[in-house]
Design a protein around this ligand. Structure first.
Ligand code: SME
Length: 161
């Protein structure tokens, strides 16, 4: 069984991502169920970095529907082009939001969230199948280091989509 306890909390973020990625790959390897893989990914990321909310929304028809997550209860459905998640789906790209109050149409599932990153999960045809949404209670928590690393994490899910 792979865990995340061997990653020192004092290491910088890029180092922690680099240590976590092969553990995540090992956890997902051989797994065929997308929900199971997403569930372990949210747990690993949340426990490694301590973020307020880490979760997936899956594309089901014309909406994003809440999937596996770690954190407080959240809204269950988000429309195409709505909020940060629906916009990332519409644009098919990662969105880094330094201040959620400055993002027009941001959907506040938790009043504690101050910044956010949303990373699309693409299927094997390049279509958005889900988004990974991470919320922090700190302003400007996420940058290109997170964007690049989390895109690698989401790419691990592509064969399961
Ligand atoms: N803030 C997101 C909604 C999801 S919650 O943060 C978990 C958005 O604007 O799409």
């Amino acid at each position: 069984m792979h865990g995340t306890s061997t990653i020192p909390k004092t290491a910088d973020r890029a180092t922690r991502y680099a240590a976590l990625l092969p553990q995540m790959r090992g956890l997902i390897e051989g797994e065929t169920d997308l929900i199971a893989a997403m569930a372990n990914m949210t747990s690993s990321l949340q426990r490694t970095f301590g973020w307020h909310w880490v979760g997936f929304y899956r594309v089901l028809g014309t909406e994003l529907v809440l999937g596996p997550f770690q954190g407080p209860v959240a809204c269950t459905r988000i429309g195409y082009g709505k909020g940060v998640c629906g916009t990332a789906w519409e644009q098919g790209r990662t969105l880094v939001v330094e201040d959620v109050d400055a993002f027009p149409g941001h959907i506040a599932c938790s009043a504690l969230s101050r910044s956010e990153i949303v990373v699309p999960v693409k299927d094997q045809d390049g279509r958005v199948a889900a988004v990974l949404d991470i919320d922090s209670t700190a302003l400007a928590e996420f940058d290109t280091v997170d964007e690049q690393a989390l895109e690698q994490f989401c790419a691990l899910l592509q064969p399961l989509c």
